[in-house]
Design a protein around this ligand. Structure first.
Ligand code: NAG
Ligand code: NAG
Ligand code: NAG
Ligand code: NAG
Length: 511
């Protein structure tokens, strides 16, 4: 086929793609791009008739992290010396994603600065594929493969020219750039050390074969942060499935604190998925900022915990660090290569430093008669050697069940040190008027073990960050309390397991 014909067809396809993209919100299908373009894929690769390099490799300087002053040109070894490429140093390739503006986003400079901050002698190369990324999403996604090939040829050339061990090469790709990194890794002759995928793009990649997206085969170690794996209309901006050796889902991998969630969803509903708004970007780009945080705040590294499900994690049941079940989020992640991908979870704050302190709180509610009709609101205040964190809500996922241990996840934004004491508060949420609150208050702590009341004997706490396990008992079981708040202190007889020898209890009574 003559070149102009190919171009004309390409033009037609582009137009059709634009139509599809525009009507996507009605289609509710995430495979539409793939299906639509499948018969035309060969045409696309034949269209690659220009032999000029589309992708540029800018070695940024620590002193000028925001500007492209020196390009390394594959095939021109003198460009390495001209840019002061250090062939014994760690080498980062920062790969951007889809772009509307055709310009680098502000995170690029921040990531470059943070990488130099941590690795002073490193080569931080910003890969510029803006030309191919500034397209309708479907076309940009299609281009990731070719750009990946170009980066692979660059890596091969670097290896041949400088004898650099590829263990030193770390590709960091955001959104579509994560899949570019995957293609680069899989097409390089030898395996690179590490690929970090920062919220890899979902549309056109979710559910694809491993060789058509980022996958654990693409580098010796592939780690992934998922921050926006929930879109409306069944389409997710970030890929939901695990695609690395370790996949971390901060805040369930969906709604990130500090991002305007409601605004984001409204805008997607009104303007369509491809109207990427600041609010959407906030969640998607959070992956980058978590990584930057891990470079800058090495001492305050956030921890992520291995867990079978987000639900179990949200009940605080996965805070163990035994057998590398917990890991540092971001740059200092320990290399865990298992046959199967490992999924990990963490909570974060709304801003940097993002780390929080995780606690599992286990409470056994017991009663002679079935009191499972209760729907109390429960709060806990934690007091530690370095501070306190008050009125943290214990979210009941279901009705409180009699003679059952309930497990909760609590997080504090600040480090309160070692736990000394806690206050436990119980409020009935349904059917309580002011007068019977008074009634309840005066009779609340009857301490009568013969009654039909709901009892809490002990509260067990496991701290994720310190791995401390503590048992708390009612501080003053005998004293009549005129409050719904009860103080618990570390049990003196925590080692005693026989419940008959542990008469201390509080009583939660509903009249
Ligand atoms: C491709 O390379 C050939 C020679 O190597 C050259 O004649 C031709 O102009 C190049 N085409 C483009 C689009 O750069
Ligand atoms: C290259 O980097 C290494 C550390 O990786 C450092 O020891 C060496 O001095 C650097 N060389 C130059 C020329 O900067
Ligand atoms: C809860 O357990 C206690 C002691 O084992 C028992 O006496 C009581 O009947 C149980 N309550 C219910 C509702 O089964
Ligand atoms: C208490 O009653 C609920 C239903 O009201 C039931 O599901 C639960 O199993 C009962 N619990 C006990 C300990 O008997």
């Amino acid at each position: 086929m003559k070149a102009w014909r190919v171009r004309f067809l390409y033009f037609l396809v582009l137009n059709a793609a634009v139509q599809y993209v525009t009507s996507l919100e009605e289609e509710r299908s995430d495979s539409i791009f793939g299906n639509f373009l499948d018969p035309l894929k060969d045409l696309f690769s034949q269209n690659d008739n220009s032999n000029q390099t589309l992708t540029k490799f800018s070695l940024r300087k620590p002193s000028v992290p925001d500007d492209d002053l020196c390009y390394i040109v594959p095939g021109k070894p003198e460009s390495l010396a001209a840019c002061s490429f250090n062939s014994t140093s760690k080498t980062f390739l920062v790969i951007h994603g889809w772009t509307l503006s055709g310009m680098f986003e502000s995170w690029v400079e921040k990531l470059v600065t943070a990488l130099y901050d941590r690795e002073k002698a490193a080569n931080v190369i910003v890969v510029d594929w803006l030309g191919s990324a500034q397209n309708h999403y479907v076309v940009a996604a299609q281009n990731t493969k070719e750009v990946g090939h170009e980066i692979a040829r660059f890596i091969d050339w670097i290896e041949e020219t400088t004898n650099m061990p590829l263990e030193n090469i770390h590709l960091i790709g955001y959104s579509l750039g994560a899949h570019v990194a995957g293609f680069a890794g899989s097409h390089a002759t030898n395996k690179v050390g590490r690929i970090t995928g920062l919220d890899p793009a979902g549309p056109d990649f979710e559910g694809e074969h491993a060789h058509r997206r980022l996958s654990p085969d693409d580098a010796h170690f592939v780690d992934v942060l998922h921050t926006f794996t929930r879109g409306s209309l069944g389409l997710s901006i970030g890929i939901q499935q695990p695609v690395g050796h370790v996949d971390i889902y901060p805040n369930r991998g969906s709604f990130q604190p500090g991002c305007n969630l409601r605004g984001a969803l409204e805008k997607i509903a009104n303007l369509g998925l491809f109207a990427i708004t600041d609010a959407v970007k906030c969640e998607h780009e959070r992956s980058v900022h978590l990584f930057i945080d891990s470079l800058l705040n090495e001492q305050d590294a956030a921890k992520a915990y291995r867990c079978g499900s987000t639900d179990m994690f949200d009940r605080g049941m996965c805070l163990s660090c035994r057998k590398s079940r917990c890991i540092a989020v971001g740059y200092d992640i320990s290399l865990v290569r298992r046959a199967r991908s490992v999924q990990m979870y963490t909570k974060t704050r709304a801003s940097m430093p993002f780390r929080v302190y995780h606690y599992q709180v286990k409470i056994h509610f017991s009663s002679k008669v079935n009191r499972s009709e209760l729907e109390p609101s429960l709060t806990v205040s934690l007091f530690g050697t370095r501070g306190e964190s008050e009125n943290l809500e214990l979210k009941l996922k279901e009705k409180l069940e009699t003679n059952t241990t309930h497990s909760f996840l609590l997080v504090t934004e600040k480090d309160i040190g070692d736990l000394l004491m806690l206050k436990f508060k119980w409020e009935e949420t349904n059917g309580w008027s002011a007068s019977n609150v008074l009634n309840m208050v005066s009779s609340w702590w009857s301490g009568d073990s013969g009654s039909d009341n709901m009892d809490v004997h002990k509260i067990r706490i496991r701290a994720g960050e310190t791995q401390q396990k503590l048992v708390f008992c009612v501080k003053d079981p005998g004293a009549p309390k005129l409050t719904q708040e009860v103080t618990f202190v570390k049990c003196k007889d925590a080692w005693r397991t026989n419940p008959k020898r542990a008469p201390k209890r509080i009583t939660l009574e509903k009249h």
